[in-house]
Design a protein around this ligand. Structure first.
Ligand SMILES: NC(=O)c1ccc[n+]([C@@H]2O[C@H](COP(=O)([O-])OP(=O)(O)OC[C@H]3O[C@@H](n4cnc5c(N)ncnc54)[C@H](O)[C@@H]3O)[C@@H](O)[C@H]2O)c1
Length: 699
């Protein structure tokens, strides 16, 4: 039960906000705080107040579960409470015992003095949910720290350590000893001085300084548009800070309030709030309860030190877990380890990693050329060539050498995890861990549950994902798993579109403008066109169909145009540049292919391009859900946001589909099905939900 406790320490009243786990400012907590304030402010014996948080956190922020829900009409708002505190006749001191984020920091900013514990962190992260600080944060912070420092904090949403907060002027002191005692003493001193409490709203010097820089806001808007392309909230944050500079305090506060309400109702904020909850939901697996025992991972091994193996090994070292890397030859091992060292050196050169820390991490990675060396590992991740025979051979060997309780994981992107597990005597210990390239950077990890993977194995790998800084999503075995299977549905349409009349740069522009970092053709060039070409050739050799959509992609590969690494693919690349330049030769190949296939090219508009790329992607997601290969629609959203650059401010493909309305998408898919045949048949789940007027988020 959320409540505020009041404790008397002499003439000082200590108010402790207590609403586990993060002391969120729920209606219940605010109501309790308002009651204490009303009573306490009337008492002549109370000469000062100290505000602090119970447990390890001051206040984590607003209670976002209450957003958009009806509030009791008489419930006090944070803004009202803040107004009372700032205008109180007696001083209020914030004793910031831990994180003070969002509304928590706003509450502290309205106090007349602030003391922080050394481990406290301070910030206004509302922007990350598509919002902005709505209780005076954009007006008070610039008055304390200056306009540019406030813009940086509010626009980025990052939290600052207490010491930085002191240097910036957010807090008056960092109290190393007993914070509460120090805060009470400070409150007594302020009360004894008998001066009217210092109101943050009345501090003007730093705000006035910004008026001397007329281009400041225009510059911030431009840079922010580049840094957070497509995101609306950062721009609205700048508007509010500008209002703090240009308007009287009360007017600025009104402007902030209006902007905040607009944000709460915005599509982008709804999407980002969905993503916030989806990220927390992803760890829940219905048949693997949270108390499932996990295997403690104290050491790891990686087989293969190529593109993926090297990055995977770095993840372990970064998390402080010793890792042995096995390669087939001494040369390959040396090459792989040298790339790891080069990657670390590049991070250190950018100032993101200290020399000692870098050496420590490199020291945790041990090279080996014999499988014998993996004997002690708790988990072995295989990242050798993508060929079933090689994988089977490796797993049979691993099974014989690894200790019996060790987990054996494969990083395969297309092969059947169950077939790999079948060559071992411990299929319950086998699982897929599908990393994304570059493996040391990308946050997504698809954990592929085999038919026989045990609950313990699943729970262990999900826990390990978090430990190495990844967001693990549990998926089932199928061709391409969740992400690549959907990617395939999308790139196939992109390839069809260019045969029907569009050009690669036109398709890419639509997808880029939608919010992806790049379109499907530039992405192909980045990943290497030869990868999917080899897979297509293999499938063809195995008797699969040869879809004409890929005719141009095949021809590019036959010409040795594998993408960026060969200086040309779907686009041309100037030496040393990663900027795709449309190439007349590719256009010629495309026109020729259309003619050969008897297709009369037509003008295809942006809207059609977007629908043709996104709806089949969503349709494939629906099939995946129906087949039980993803646990929930929001897991698919997490996969696409973290693995493929789907814009988070659109909430992921399945959330986006719900916003459009599944009836609209089903109707479009029916039309596409008629025009293009079975490959675009509407998914049964899509039809069912559309008919019932439901969305993926509420099946
Ligand atoms: N490259 C990607 O973007 C990507 C993404 C996800 C998953 N994967 C998967 O990861 C795996 C590795 O791919 P990659 O891109 O790193 O390939 P790669 O060719 O860069 O690296 C494979 C490495 O494995 C080594 N190797 C081969 N057989 C071995 C053996 N028996 N013992 C020890 N080492 C051996 C090779 O010498 C090579 O260095 C594949 O299964 C691939 O499908 C790749």
């Amino acid at each position: 039960m959320a409540e505020v406790q009041l404790e008397r320490r002499g003439s000082v009243a200590v108010l402790t906000l207590d609403n586990p786990p993060v002391n969120a400012l729920s209606v219940a907590l605010l109501t309790s705080l308002a009651q204490h304030l009303a009573a306490g402010l009337k008492e002549p014996a109370i000469k000062a107040f100290v505000l602090t948080g119970a447990g390890k956190i001051f206040v984590g922020g607003a209670d976002i579960r209450e957003f958009g829900k009806p509030r009791p009409p008489d419930a006090p708002t944070l803004a009202e409470i803040i107004e009372k505190i700032e205008n109180a006749r007696v001083p209020f001191v914030a004793a910031i015992n831990g994180v003070a984020a969002g509304g928590g920091l706003e509450l502290a900013l309205a106090c007349h003095a602030r003391l922080a514990a050394p481990a406290a962190r301070l910030g206004l992260p509302e922007v990350k949910l598509g919002l902005l600080p709505g209780a005076g944060g954009t007006q008070r912070l610039p008055r304390l720290v200056g306009v540019e420092a406030a813009l940086e904090m509010i626009v980025s949403g990052e939290l600052k350590p207490a010491q930085a907060g002191l240097e910036l002027g957010i807090v008056d002191a960092v109290a190393g000893g007993d914070l509460l005692t120090a805060a009470v003493a400070h409150a007594e001193t302020l009360a004894a001085a008998g001066k009217p409490p210092r109101k943050t709203r009345e501090i003007g010097g730093k705000i006035a300084a910004a008026n001397a820089k007329p281009d400041l806001f225009a510059g911030w808007r431009k840079e922010t548009a580049r840094r957070f392309r497509g995101y609306e909230a950062p721009q609205r944050c700048i508007d509010c800070v500008e209002a703090a500079v240009k308007l009287p305090f009360a007017e600025g506060l009104k402007a902030e309030r209006a902007a905040f309400l607009e944000r709460v109702g915005s599509e982008q904020s709804k999407a980002l709030r969905h993503v916030f909850f989806a990220e927390r939901e992803v760890a829940k697996i219905p048949d693997v309860p949270p108390d499932t025992p996990t295997l403690p991972i104290k050491s790891a091994a990686v087989i293969g030190c190529g593109t993926m193996g090297g990055g995977i090994a770095m993840n372990f070292a970064n998390a402080g877990i010793p890792v042995t890397v096995v390669e087939s030859t001494k040369e390959a091992l040396e090459r792989g380890l040298a790339i790891i060292a080069k990657n670390y050196a590049a991070t250190a050169a950018k100032g993101r990693l200290g020399q000692a820390e870098m050496e420590k991490r490199i020291g945790l990675i041990k090279g080996a050329s014999s499988f014998e060396e993996i004997k002690g590992a708790d988990i072995v991740i295989e990242a050798v060539f993508e060929e079933m025979e090689i994988k089977k051979e490796v797993f049979a060997k691993l099974d014989a050498i690894a200790k019996p309780e060790a987990i054996l994981a494969t990083n395969t992107s297309t092969l059947d995890v169950d077939a790999i597990a079948a060559v071992t005597k411990r299929p319950e210990k086998v699982i897929g861990t599908h990393f994304f390239s570059p493996a040391n950077v990308m946050r997504l990890l698809e954990n592929v549950r085999g038919k026989k993977s045990s609950k313990e194995t699943i729970a262990s790998v999900m826990a390990l994902s978090r430990r190495i800084g990844k967001i693990g999503v549990l998926v089932g075995v199928c061709d391409g798993f969740v992400g690549n299977r959907m990617l395939h549905a999308y790139t196939r349409q992109a390839n069809s579109l260019i045969l029907e009349g569009a050009l690669p740069h036109e398709v890419d522009k639509v997808i880029y403008d939608f919010g992806f970092p790049m379109g499907p053709f530039a992405m192909g060039d980045l990943a290497g066109l030869d990868v999917s070409w080899r897979i297509r050739k293999r499938r063809l050799a195995e008797g699969g169909d040869n879809h004409p959509a890929y005719i141009v992609g095949d021809r590019l590969c036959e010409l040795g145009r594998f993408g960026q690494k060969t200086g040309a693919g779907w686009f041309r690349y100037e030496a040393g540049s990663r900027t795709p330049v449309p190439d007349p030769l590719v256009e010629e190949l495309i026109l020729k292919a259309s003619a050969e296939l008897g297709i009369t090219r037509r003008k295809i508009g942006g809207e059609e391009i977007l629908e043709r790329c996104m709806y089949p992607l969503i349709n494939e997601g629906a099939k995946i859900l129906d087949e039980g290969l993803a646990l929930r629609a929001s897991d698919i959203d997490i996969v696409w946001i973290n693995g493929y650059g789907f814009p988070a401010y659109r909430g992921g493909p399945m959330f986006y589909a719900d916003r459009i309305g599944l009836a609209t998408i089903a109707q479009a898919m029916r039309r596409l099905h008629e025009q293009h045949g079975a490959i675009l048949r509407p998914a049964a789940l899509l039809e069912r939900l559309a008919a019932a007027g439901k969305g993926f988020g509420e099946p």
